[in-house]
Design a protein around this ligand. Structure first.
Ligand SMILES: C[S@@+](CC[C@H](N)C(=O)[O-])C[C@H]1O[C@@H](n2cnc3c(N)ncnc32)[C@H](O)[C@@H]1O
Length: 363
């Protein structure tokens, strides 16, 4: 080996290292939170209340040499409150980190580092020419769908429900279809707002078992059922007053008209169609952080939807007229909601050619 002739006394790392330290500390902080959830720390404190550090450590088999700094980190994060040597959950921990809370986010936190998940295998994710899990039976996993349910409850479900309930015929609607409903929270929330509403959640055969668990959890078995199938080849039924699709269409972006045709056929005349998806644009990368963009791309089969005019035109060509466009917050930036009504039979539509816009990533 040839010796390196460098004057070590003059090597300069510089202040810029602080951002690297923050990144590495971020990873370590994530690990602390993850392990606290996995050890059941917040559940234990919820059950037993504020307790002496030693007692908590013994109950959860945490080596006493680490409890002080481990708990201090969680205190600094705002999830434990310590007084003397007593520690308890903060209000935030009780709301976000105890499973029985409706706002629980633990699965979302754990999912970020799931073995063989997209972030765990980021190098593969970035270097593969096409997203890997595109086969019908490739996913999503129950863990992912639970995490997704928790993410959706950060505002999307609430806002989409407001849009549904704002429709003037919502209170008289009898049947709702949620295509690719997964956890089913959108249908469940809608049925909670209209006691006369029944819903069908359509999803892949290996997913509907988990959908049923959510339906049971919210006590909706008498009004919500599941239908197993493939939206591409199977018929979701007909006579629906409301059809909704949320975050399903990314992988169908190249061939949306057959999906919209199926949606329209399943609806009653003048029924409501609601689509909730991320779109890039007007310019890709505008307004959100790189990590947020990357996360959104990973969760939308490589890229969010593009060309909103073509999206609306494809609906229009299939008898669905967009009456309103709006946005709802999501944790990867805003999501675009298209609200359309099915044109009653006999009413003809004239299709206006649309100008195309958008980015090059999803052509
Ligand atoms: C990203 S998840 C969205 C779940 C939920 N709609 C939401 O917005 O949180 C997409 C869902 O569509 C389902 N899905 C994907 N391809 C499908 C297909 N070909 N037929 C039926 N469901 C499908 C998945 O199983 C999954 O539950």
């Amino acid at each position: 080996m040839t010796p390196v002739k460098i004057d070590l006394a003059n090597v300069r790392v510089g202040e810029e290292i602080s951002s690297i330290d923050r990144v590495v500390d971020g990873y370590k902080t994530y690990q602390v939170l993850k392990v606290a959830i996995e050890l059941g720390l917040f559940e234990w404190l919820d059950e037993h209340g504020p307790s002496p550090r030693e007692e908590i450590g013994n109950a959860l088999s945490i080596n006493g040499m680490f409890t002080r700094s481990f708990f201090q980190t969680l205190d600094e994060l705002g999830y434990l409150s310590g007084e003397g040597d007593y520690f308890g959950n903060t209000e935030s921990a009780t709301r976000l980190l105890v499973r029985k809370s409706p706002a629980y986010q633990g699965d979302w936190i754990l999912n970020a580092s799931r073995v063989n998940g997209q972030w765990d295998r980021l190098q593969d994710t970035l270097t593969e020419t096409a997203p890997k899990n595109t086969g019908f039976y490739d996913g999503p996993s129950p863990e992912f769908l639970r995490a997704l349910a928790e993410r959706s409850l950060r505002g999307e479900v609430q806002e989409v429900t407001k849009i549904l309930t704002g429709w003037e015929r919502f209170s008289s609607a009898k049947k709702l279809l949620d295509l690719g409903g997964g956890h089913g929270l959108y249908a469940i929330a809608a049925c909670q707002k209209n006691p006369g509403l029944h819903a069908v959640i359509f999803d892949k055969p290996h997913v509907v078992g988990l959908t049923r668990e959510f339906i049971q959890h919210y006590g909706m078995e008498d009004r919500i059922s599941v239908m197993a199938g493939d939206i591409v080849t199977d018929d979701p039924g007909s006579g629906y007053d409301i059809v909704m699709i949320s975050h399903l269409l990314y992988k169908f972006r190249a061939d949306l008209p057959p999906i919209f045709s199926k949606v329209a056929s399943s609806m009653k005349p003048s029924g409501l169609f609601v689509s909730n998806h991320w779109f890039c644009g007007p310019v890709c990368g505008e307004g959100s952080s790189g990590i947020s963009e990357l996360d959104r791309s990973i969760h939308s089969y490589g890229h969010p939807l593009c060309h909103p005019e073509q999206f609306a035109s494809a609906m229009f060509a299939n008898g669905l007229v967009v009456t309103k466009k709006t946005t709802v917050p999501s944790n990867f930036g805003i999501s675009h909601v298209h609200i359309a009504e099915k044109v009653p039979e006999g009413n003809s539509l004239v299709l206006h050619p649309d100008e195309s816009s958008g980015c090059m990533s999803c052509r």
